[in-house]
Unconditional design. Structure first.
Length: 317
């Protein structure tokens, strides 16, 4: 007797649910996938007999396609985790636990296991050699990726580059605070997550070396984007300006001495970059010639003129 459309629809839902549950119960071990498929299909075959051979044939295609895709993903995940194993230190966490943590995190984030596994490899290769710390970093990177609408890869790049540049200790508090700052920068500036990840990585090493805090750096980047620059250009201009403060020309040194202006690294590290920027604004104002002497590179000059001009109030927010 032929099944009604309603019966077929109900069966489809039952089959999808059944296969999903059975595959989870069967496990993800690649070597056992063939056996798992046989077990699952044996149960499916019993379920579909009640509606006849035609329906069974139709759903066989869908079921086997789902199984095939699932096995393919399991193989790719296994390969990704084996790559992780080549560089991970199992003294703080076993490979088995790391694999489970990656699977659980992927489920929590709604991201693929393969994407999260590759992000773990990226975290470890970025110098976070302690596997337990790497998992903390990975978890926060994943949450940042979801919140900022970016890939786990970009979020991992952003956090690992930041912690490496500023030599920050990896713990729950520092990770949360840094992630919150990045989200605030995205919210206040005209920049999206992937752009922030790529642009900050270009300027953070010299900013940290000069003594510019991460908060100040993000504030300046956000302010410049509000003025119409894209994040890449803003980071380039900030980098050039900081490089010239780090290694001023003889003319710049004479100018600073003439006006009694202290822009030394020691002062920046002690007081922050914003007081120095405020002094530059107060001392030179719209004096383009003096600013050009201090920042002879045109890219650095444009950035400083913007920050010391119309964007100054944006930086202070």
């Amino acid at each position: 007797m032929a099944a009604s459309q309603r019966q077929v629809a109900e069966l489809e839902l039952r089959l999808r649910d059944f296969v999903s549950k059975e595959m989870k119960r069967a496990g993800r071990n690649v070597k056992k996938e063939a056996t798992a498929m046989q077990k699952v299909w044996k149960g499916v075959s019993k379920a579909v007999k009640v509606v006849g051979a035609a329906v069974m044939a139709a759903f066989s295609v869908a079921v086997f396609k789902g199984m095939r895709d699932g096995i393919k993903r399991a193989v790719e995940f296994s390969h990704a985790m084996q790559e992780v194993r080549t560089i991970m230190d199992e003294s703080s966490m076993s490979f088995k636990d790391a694999s489970k943590n990656v699977s659980d995190l992927a489920l929590e984030l709604g991201r693929s296991e393969i994407e999260v596994a590759k992000a773990l490899y990226q975290t470890l290769s970025a110098g976070v050699t302690d596997t337990a710390e790497a998992m903390l970093m990975l978890r926060q990177s994943g949450r940042l990726a979801v919140a900022a609408l970016m890939s786990t890869n970009d979020a991992t790049d952003l956090l690992t580059n930041t912690f490496n540049a500023y030599g920050m200790e990896i713990n729950e508090n520092t990770l949360t605070a840094t992630s919150d700052l990045m989200q605030q920068t995205i919210r206040l500036g005209k920049v999206i997550g992937p752009e922030l990840a790529h642009s900050l990585g270009y300027v953070m090493p010299i900013a940290a070396n000069l003594g510019v805090s991460l908060k100040e750096l993000n504030a300046m980047l956000a302010a410049l984007t509000l003025g119409g620059m894209n994040a890449g250009m803003a980071s380039t201009q900030l980098r050039q300006a900081m490089a010239q403060l780090l290694h001023p020309t003889d003319d710049a040194k004479d100018l600073l001495k003439e006006f009694g202006l202290n822009v030394s690294i020691a002062r920046i590290k002690a007081e922050g970059f914003l007081p120095v920027l405020a002094d530059i604004k107060t001392t030179f104002g719209d004096n383009a010639k003096a600013l050009q002497t201090l920042f002879p590179n045109i890219r650095g000059l444009i950035g400083i003129m913007a920050l010391a001009g119309n964007q100054f109030s944006d930086v202070q927010r």
